[in-house]
Design a protein around this ligand. Structure first.
Ligand code: AMP
Length: 174
């Protein structure tokens, strides 16, 4: 786990709703060296996996870069209504609202080992739904990795309780 200059993750109060302390990763993305550094760190934990899955939208940024870096296939886990093929869906609660995620079920052979990536771990609801979906699609999520987590929201213990078989990793310290 590494630390960053504070200016690379901007803290935006009350976005997108009052009471939410939003972690804005766009300064990090705009810094070529730091973006490459975190992608390389994600890539270092991808060796047990055959595929890299990303959660729409900000998870795609890291997951697709890591898939290309590690020569592994990319699996998009998308918001409902975006994937054109045969899908399965999962509803879940967010820190700020409700949503649902979908995955294609006709592409990846059963049992494929997957590293799942998202940007921020908050309550863990999104991650749990995405892991549920991978398992429902008969894939094998071995690890979920985040750029950063908000420990006060308890996401890590919720994921560990729901999916004790899935390793949890965070790239940046708080
Ligand atoms: P959660 O399901 O509560 O763990 O929320 C995680 C998802 O929502 C991730 O895909 C994040 O991109 C986004 N998210 C939730 N809370 C925040 C936050 N405070 N700052 C930035 N992104 C957040």
């Amino acid at each position: 786990m590494s630390t960053l200059g504070n200016d690379l993750i901007r803290i935006i109060a009350d976005f997108p709703k009052p009471g939410i302390v939003f972690k804005d990763i766009t300064p990090l993305l705009a810094n070529a060296d730091e973006f490459k550094k975190v992608c390389n760190q994600f890539a270092q934990i991808a060796d047990q996996s055959e595929y890299i899955a990303g959660i729409e939208a900000r998870g795609f940024i890291f997951a697709s870069a890591v898939a290309a870096l590690t020569n592994k296939g990319f699996i998009p886990i998308r918001k409902s209504g975006k994937l054109p093929g045969k899908v399965i869906s999962k509803m879940y609660d967010l820190e700020y609202g409700k949503s649902s995620l979908e995955i294609h079920i006709d592409l990846i052979p059963a049992g494929g080992r997957v590293l799942l990536i998202d940007d921020v771990l908050a309550t863990g609801g999104t991650a749990i739904a995405a892991i549920d979906l991978l398992k429902m699609a008969e894939l094998n999520p071995v690890c979920i990795a985040f750029l950063l987590e908000i420990p006060a929201l308890g996401g890590r213990s919720r994921i560990a309780k729901a999916h004790p078989d899935v390793k949890i990793a965070t790239i940046l310290a708080e």
